[in-house]
Design a binder for this molecule. Structure first.
Ligand code: SDX
Length: 390
């Protein structure tokens, strides 16, 4: 008994599904990708190998990895016409809004090669999605700061390539700091998949109708954007900025305990984890590594975050409600130290989660029992009544 839901064929919604990709034990704070624990994968593997694992069920051999990496590299460019798409957005538009639009538009470029009943085309669509997300994300960033788009490079690994597309300029290449590249690669691993979270369920539900996979991923991006979900990394950093100093923490702890305030500690709590989010532990360690490597160990927000965590973990309210830091609590400090603006934090989450979305979409499409999702409701409206006579 792996603790996953058993598939109930009579249940016509994808809300209850069986999946062999990711397993979470919320009480123990355990997360497994295809049976491997997240901390071992984060320590010993790389994001592209994890993409292979999530898609194909096994870690790649050296040969398989080389072939996979070369295939992904060959799909990192986007159709040159896509660049025109960006000029339709306001420069100050949120990059997540741009991601929803541009990724959705991919379905207009590849509609003739996404026959979801053809295994070859399903795999090509999956690989194209993984390959193009960093390019589109970097383009959204460059567009927002008025800099020219930087093309992908095949001589760099997946994460270093993303960093150079974001931070190089035509007059000066970006020198990738290996510690930063390794840290970002690990951050992508932590965010790759997470069972049936809101955005993955959105992708599954959209995909269950047979919709184009790129359009389904665009739906997942839209859902991830919310501050209760993927938008929490941006909201958590904004909260730490607002708190500003350690002495203001008690005021915010009290506000978070007063439900009428509507304020919640961003980066705290989880629908499933009623223990420490195992990803948050790796995230905190990675945060320290990046700040050390960039000589930013005195980052004031890190002090605020660590003190806030310490106080909350000792506070009766948070202990009783089993509220612990989640993956979003330390990620913002790390990403900002690397050089990303707050508006790009959820975009990076979307880049990483694309492989989870597409692996779960593929698993669902390949399930012979799969039907269109059709969640039911509890009707609480007025009973049947006659139309009023004139
Ligand atoms: C992600 O589902 C996934 O897997 C998502 C994710 C993924 O990888 O895909 O893990 C990514 O979305 C992580 C979560 C990021 N969101 C945040 O950090 C935003 C702040 N956290 C929350 O708003 C909240 O914790 C949720 C939305 C994550 C969960 O909310 P729930 O479903 O209300 O949580 P709960 O039922 O466990 O809450 C128990 C109690 C409630 O009070 P009571 O109704 O029992 O009186 O704790 C309270 C909540 O009001 N509570 C909080 C709180 N989170 C829950 N109180 C203060 N601060 C918080 N952060």
């Amino acid at each position: 008994d792996t603790g996953c839901f058993t598939y109930d064929p009579g249940f016509t919604s994808t809300a209850n599904c069986s999946s062999g990709i990711t397993f979470i034990d919320g009480d123990k704070g355990e997360l497994l990708y295809r049976g491997y624990s997240i901390d071992e994968l984060a320590e010993n593997s790389n994001f592209l190998a994890i993409c292979y694992l999530l898609l194909h069920g096994e870690l790649p051999t050296n040969e398989e990895f080389k072939t996979f990496r070369n295939t992904i590299s060959r799909h990192t460019m986007v159709h040159e016409q896509m660049t025109k798409f960006f000029t339709g957005f306001r420069r100050d538009g949120h990059p997540m809004a741009i991601m929803v639009g541009v990724v959705g538009a991919l379905s207009a470029f590849y509609h003739d090669s996404t026959d979801i009943n053809d295994p070859e085309q399903r795999q090509t669509a999956s690989y194209r999605m993984i390959a193009k997300m960093p390019t589109i994300a970097a383009m959204a960033y460059k567009y927002s700061i008025g800099q020219p788009f930087i093309y992908p490079r095949n001589d760099l690994d997946y994460t270093s390539n993303f960093l150079q597309m974001c931070f190089s300029v035509p007059c000066e290449p970006y020198i990738v700091n290996p510690v930063v590249a390794r840290a970002l690669d690990r951050i992508f691993i932590l965010h790759a998949d997470h069972e049936q979270n809101a955005s993955t369920s959105t992708v599954r539900l959209a995909g269950s109708s047979g919709a184009n996979p790129f359009a389904c991923i665009a739906a997942g991006i839209a859902c991830l954007w919310g501050p209760a979900h993927g938008g929490a990394n941006e909201a958590a950093l904004n909260m730490l900025e607002e708190i500003g100093t350690v002495d203001r923490i008690p005021e915010y702890i009290e506000k978070a305990k007063d439900k009428s305030s509507g304020f919640r500690l961003m980066g705290f709590g989880h629908r499933v984890y009623k223990n420490y989010d195992p990803r948050a532990k790796v995230m905190q360690k990675t945060c320290h590594e990046v700040l050390d490597a960039l000589d930013k160990r005195n980052e004031p927000l890190l002090k605020v975050a660590m003190e806030l965590e310490r106080i909350a973990l000792e506070d009766e309210y948070f202990v009783q409600k089993k509220l612990y830091p989640n993956i979003d609590f330390y990620s913002g400090i790390t990403l900002r130290a690397i050089g990303f603006p707050v508006s790009m934090f959820t975009v990076l989450f979307a880049v990483a989660r694309t492989v989870g979305w597409i692996a779960q979409w593929k698993e669902m499409i390949e399930d012979p029992e799969q039907k269109i999702g059709r969640p039911r409701q509890l009707y609480i409206g007025p009973p049947r009544r006659p139309f009023p006579k004139a």
